[in-house]
Ligand binder design. Sequence first.
Ligand code: ADP
Length: 488
Amino acid sequence: MILIVDDKQENLLSLQSLLTLHSYAVDTATGGEEALKKVLKNNYALVILDVQMPGMDGFEVAETISGHSKMRDVPIIFLSAVNLDKKFITRGYNSGAIDYITKPVDPDVFLLKVNTLYKLYDQKRQLNQMQTSLRSEIEFRRHAQQESYEKAMELRFVLESIPQIAFTTRPNGTVEYHNSQWMDYSSYTERFPETHPDDPDLEPEMKRIVNGDKAVELEVRIKKLTGTDFRYHLLRIVPVTENKSIIKWVGTFTDIEEQKQVQRKKDEFLSVASHELKTPLTSIKGYVQLLERSIDAKSQSHMFIDRALTQVTKLDRLIVDLLDISRIENGKMLLNKEPFSFGEMLSSTIEMARQTYPNYQFHQDGAAAVEVNGDVIRLEQVLVNFLSNAVKYSPNVREIHVISRMLPGNRLLLQVKDSGIGIAEVDQKLIFEKFYRTDESTRNFQGLGLGLYICADILSRHQCEYGVESNEGSGSVFYFIIPFTKTL
Ligand code: ADP
């Protein structure tokens, strides 16, 4: 909008109509004071100011406007009929005018000037806006930079104060920072601590880890530069993301040598204990079986001996599991792999289950007529485990389905499906771990939590995928996918 200031109504009107005719929005004031009030209140692109006015003259108005921060940038054109003298013109420019027009006004020249100044004002305003937004952008970035610097310092402070070896890497896995503990194990920032000859090298391991996007845990043995003994450490590496992309990785090495030793001692104890228990138990079982055969099948004593035999069998299975665990732990569970008919093994195992659990119904769906190269006894052990779990954890609905399906790539899917208590999602990932049992099974069912751990070991050594699908309260499907050599 343009403000015209003149004490004479006729001048105001003629200029106003000229500008309005050319589509300018126009406001008017008849004196210096009124003009100042309006300039303070509104935003004008241009002020056209008559020099000679009663009261506050044009020069004073212009001086006040140019001295005021809000109005400083508004261009002013002076209009004067009389003050043609050079010194008046100079005063006009000094008081903040941009141009000086003498009356009578030539409308074409006047419009040209107004147009140019109007455009100039507009460009200046846009420039100002741009400058303001650039300034706030710069300020924002500076702030963000400061914030991320502070965060990095905070992280370093935390990493420095913990007893573990700690480090951060760039997204490509090269070390960016490490705490002082690092230097006890490596002489260089870029070099990861040397690992035991039987453990993986950390440089290639790190490259592999940063190719993924998940946190990783790894047990490795490393030793101090000044020491001779390698100690077990848990290396834990976690990605740090910003806007969904990884900006760095944070890692720690925690000394777990003592836990490892306790675990080793416990494993040794289990191994010795189960070996020592196995021999006398085998002879107890033999004698009880002899006794059972020598006593009248209908007598009460026979019933007692039968019960004793059931308990001895349970104990025997438990000890066999414990022995398997110590074999797995010591890498001594040897597999005797040779080609066998999977279908035959499956049918005979199901038949055995029918006899062992006469109150349950076992439905076989699929013949699994394939030849597998594997340890038939160990794979049967997996099936027996899946089946006996299906029985144990389905006290109410006594129907169990064993389903086998061919998959592309010469693979066979085997599922054992029950309608029992099911397994909560949080437990599903954990039940294949050693000694893991769900709260519900700990409360209501006997067991040690070893069977699935042994199954997992056997299956992974047969290159099988395995797992469980379940909904708590409505049954479970335990499955594995095994490669086969040919169909039969
Ligand atoms: P155990 O049965 O001796 O506890 P397992 O290793 O065979 O040991 O099983 C581990 C845990 O997995 C069990 O304690 C139980 O919580 C859960 N589980 C296994 N099979 C089933 C199943 N069919 N239905 C529900 N829970 C199961």
